[in-house]
Design a protein around this ligand. Structure first.
Ligand SMILES: Nc1ncnc2c1ncn2[C@@H]1O[C@H](COP(=O)(O)OP(=O)(O)OP(=O)(O)O)[C@@H](O)[C@H]1O
Length: 527
């Protein structure tokens, strides 16, 4: 008998039919992957299964019994739990208390809780200190702590929604160890992810959700990542060629992003170039920084960033990567031996606590990507007040720009009056990044995880955004833990270990599979 059986599920938001006639099952001891393009309805389906939303039609059973949860708490009571990527745990809890939350050990003395949490974490190879405060755990690792917690409770089915999105390769391994352990205990997992190569390594079966319908239900062993990516998109993936169109940031202008070239209907499905197809950056040096280090760290890094270059930085969780990123943006006090901007030496502050660099940074860590979820798309994309009755032409131009941006970034919405918070996570991310890029000044900017949670087509749109920015002479530092994202968008990638760059990889000189393999080889095992 199936653990979960879903029949004819439907769900609409107003006139938007998000799920239609969705039927599938999850067996006991089975990990089922749920994939699909941004906005396909994956989170909505996960939320219905986990009791957050009631479906409009259809029925579900758990172990043959009718299952119609009234809330997430009710679903948990009926044996179905969920772990979300953006779960926010109480920052004052220790990791041990967070792992044992809502279990029979919740009120037990610290020593017992610590021992149990240590055993759970060690069991699945998670490199987390049970005594560490949740406040000191990076935001996106909270989902991993929460996933460890489900091992300690007695849910039969767990929905994991994009938990792996911003995890390092070794943390993804930890998440997979949790999924495998749940499987070996006869429990079921519905595993939602955009990181297809990793997902295929852990799931038994894959469901593709397309336009709210199940378009494919196949064993994982019969699938490979490139073909699966195309299956999620129902058509051609636009080829990754930069297109240099001017895009404005003038005061009253809306965010204008580069023109996306529509894919011809009959173009080949996926083009996987051997090396990057980005044009080589110019030989002019945009920024040079020597021996950049945070106080107390013995190691430092030298960076030479060319004009128009996209330079990646990656590393394990405690490699010093985030400290280097913080030193570049001035978020952390830092020191260096010298800074030159376009060949001109700049004075370097000597006093402790100072910041030699203050590069602007995009960090998709906040809820709703730092935007107001109740604001319309139109207002979100407009940097200045519009709608002044005396200036109809400017209002029309602004609205045209907004509509253009929504089309070019391929955002699924029926109106620019839709509120930002009602967009899918991926669509929110794309618009937030495009807005930030257009509104931010500076020849060199830092972007964290620019394609996190995006499908292949959206990744290409973001890459085109970066290509257009660099074609106009800007340089970008991409800080990321995702090997696919790095190989896809960067010219060079520095692998950070012990606070210094251990290895530089050039995507123009090596094949992309080799670059990916080298990154994984360098960062996949815990430090
Ligand atoms: N509360 C809501 N109100 C109105 N529309 C919504 C709401 N939540 C989701 N939607 C719409 O439902 C559609 C599916 O959203 P959902 O978040 O389920 O997609 P998804 O496949 O998880 O996407 P992603 O991969 O980008 O996270 C989207 O077009 C979204 O705009």
């Amino acid at each position: 008998m199936d653990l979960l059986q879903v029949d004819g599920l439907a769900k609409a938001y107003g006139s938007r039919r998000v799920l239609q006639d969705v039927s599938f099952s999850v067996a006991a001891g089975e990990v089922v992957g749920l994939v699909g393009a941004n906005g396909a309805g994956k989170s909505t389906l996960g939320d219905v299964v986990a009791g957050r939303y009631a479906p409009d039609a259809g029925r579900m059973t758990v172990l043959g019994h009718p299952y119609a949860p009234l809330s997430a708490a009710d679903a948990r009571h009926l044996g179905v739990g969920a772990v979300e990527q953006l779960v926010r745990l109480d920052p004052e809890l220790t990791v041990a208390r967070a792992v044992c939350r809502d279990t029979e050990l919740a009120g037990a003395p610290d020593s017992r809780v610590r021992a149990r949490a240590r055993a759970v974490l060690a069991d699945v190879g998670l490199d987390l200190d049970p005594d560490q405060l949740v406040a000191d755990v990076p935001r996106f690792v909270h989902g991993l702590v929460e996933a460890a917690r489900v091992l300690a409770e007695d849910t039969r089915l767990v929905v994991m929604d994009e938990v792996s999105a911003a995890l390092t390769p070794s943390e993804v391994e930890g998440l997979h160890a949790i999924a495998r352990r749940l499987r070996s205990q006869g429990r079921g997992v519905l595993y939602i992810s955009h990181r297809l190569p990793e997902m295929l390594a852990v799931v038994d079966r894959v469901l593709v959700l397309r336009e709210g319908r199940i378009a494919l239900d196949a064993p994982a062993a019969s699938l490979e990542p490139a073909g699966l990516a195309v299956a999620t998109l129902d058509g051609a993936v636009p080829a990754a060629r930069p297109q240099s169109l001017p895009w404005g940031t003038s005061s009253a202008a809306p965010v204008v992003i580069p023109q996306a070239r529509p894919a011809p209907e009959d173009s080949p499905a996926v083009v996987v170039p051997a090396t990057t197809t980005r044009p080589e950056p110019s030989s002019d040096v945009a920024l040079e920084v020597r021996n950049l280090r945070v106080p107390g760290s013995s190691a430092g890094i030298d960076l030479r960033l060319r004009r128009g270059e996209v330079l990646g930085l990656t590393g394990r969780r405690r490699s010093g990567l985030q400290e280097i990123a913080g030193a570049l943006t001035g978020e952390l006090p830092a020191q260096c031996d010298g800074v030159a901007v376009r060949g001109q030496e700049r004075p370097v502050p000597a006093q402790p606590g100072s910041a030699p660099l203050r590069l602007a940074a995009y960090r998709p860590d906040d809820d709703a990507y730092g935007m107001d979820p109740g604001e319309t798309i139109a207002r979100t994309l407009t940097s200045q007040e519009w709608g002044r009755p005396e200036d109809l032409r400017s209002e029309i131009a602004t609205l045209r720009g907004v509509i253009d941006t929504v089309h070019r970034m391929n955002v699924r919405t029926t109106s620019i009056r839709t509120v930002f918070g009602a967009l899918s996570g991926g669509d929110q991310h794309k618009l937030a990044l495009a807005r930030w890029m257009a509104a931010t000044e500076g020849d060199v900017v830092v972007v964290h995880e620019p394609t996190r949670g995006l499908d292949l087509r959206s990744r290409r749109e973001v890459r085109r955004l970066l290509d257009d920015v660099t074609a106009h002479g800007r340089s970008v530092v991409v800080v990321s833990v995702d090997p696919d994202e790095l190989t896809d968008v960067c010219d060079r990638i520095g692998v950070v270990a012990d606070g210094r760059v251990e290895e530089w990889l050039d995507t123009h000189e090596m094949t992309l599979p080799d670059v990916r393999a080298r990154i994984l080889g360098a960062v996949a095992t815990p430090a």
